[in-house]
Design a protein around this ligand. Structure first.
Ligand SMILES: *[C@@H]1O[C@H](CO)[C@@H](O)[C@H](O)[C@H]1NC(C)=O
Length: 284
């Protein structure tokens, strides 16, 4: 009985010590799943909060490691602490002091699938920082879905192309490397005819968009328009579309047809009347 009581007291004490660290005080949000294009790059969005007021950047240490082993670090401010095959490929983009722990990884290899987890530590300055201030958000890890083929851009053309009218076509491609946006290029068009938009679809997944607008001419009929996406690292993908330009509606031919039609009718009627008159006159 006495033993049980002691055990319970010990547990309560342990819970009391650890609770400020493990409940509520620290909070991190990391993208759960991201596509990763081999040879290209990925930016993992990551943010965290700490109940204590603004923490000085100099006292914080952000670490990214493999989920299986905290010592398998893929990012650390001290390069010698990083696994050799990740050295020089990872960079913290965010400001740790502002709760931003976003990580950039370049030259993605097909073995880089993770999961990778973020950990933040308060760097001890003398005695004030206890060991308990170190914390790892083991629940906040990211998984990569590796792709070796770059995604193809999507083309959104207007319903019809009419000669002499503006033609607006959009090219879209998704990516996960917001620090190096894929370049979208068209097979035709000048800078004034192209507008670009970049937006986040969901946490960490972005869409680059390019819109081309030009006036269609007769010579554009049966020509191809291509949009090429060049991803960081150099891989490219292309989508193509063939233009079918409708000729401008011309009312002249309708008028000519009508005039000819009416003219013919008048002549025929006149001829008929003339013939009938002659016929009756002969009968008399
Ligand atoms: C974190 O930093 C990255 C890189 O500078 C930036 O793109 C992103 O918007 C920041 N995130 C937040 C939540 O401020």
């Amino acid at each position: 009985m006495e033993k049980d009581r002691k055990m319970m007291m010990f547990c309560l004490l342990l819970a009391a010590i650890s609770s400020p660290v493990f409940t509520g005080e620290w909070n991190a949000s990391v993208a759960k799943n991201l596509d990763a294009l081999v040879t290209s790059c990925v930016v993992i969005p990551c943010s965290y909060t700490h109940a204590k007021d603004e923490l000085p950047h100099s006292r914080l240490r952000g670490i990214w490691h493999r989920s299986t082993n905290q010592d398998q670090r893929i990012y650390h401010e001290d390069k010698t602490m990083i696994l050799e095959n990740f050295r020089g490929r990872t960079k913290l983009l965010g400001n740790l002091g502002q709760g931003n722990c976003s990580l950039e990884m370049i030259e993605i290899r097909d073995v880089d699938n993770g999961p990778f987890c973020f950990r933040v530590e308060l760097v001890a300055t003398g005695t004030e920082t206890s060991k308990m201030d170190k914390f790892s958000f083991v629940d906040s890890c990211v998984n990569f879905t590796m792709t070796t083929e770059p995604p193809k851009p999507t083309l959104i053309p207007p319903k019809t192309a009419i000669q002499g009218h503006p033609y607006t076509i959009t090219c879209l491609v998704r990516h996960t490397c917001s620090s190096h946006i894929p370049k979208l290029t068209w097979s035709r068009g000048t800078a004034e005819e192209i507008t670009e938009v970049h937006r986040e679809i969901h946490q960490g997944t972005w869409e680059a968009q390019s819109t081309l607008m030009f006036i269609t001419e007769e010579k554009d009929n049966h020509t191809d328009i291509t949009c090429t996406a060049e991803f960081f690292g150099g891989t490219t993908s292309t989508e193509k579309l063939t233009l079918h330009v409708k000729r401008k509606e011309n009312h002249n031919h309708i008028i000519i047809l009508a005039v000819v039609g009416i003219g013919t009718a008048v002549i025929f009627t006149g001829l008929c009347i003339f013939m009938m008159k002659k016929y009756f006159m002969m009968k008399k």
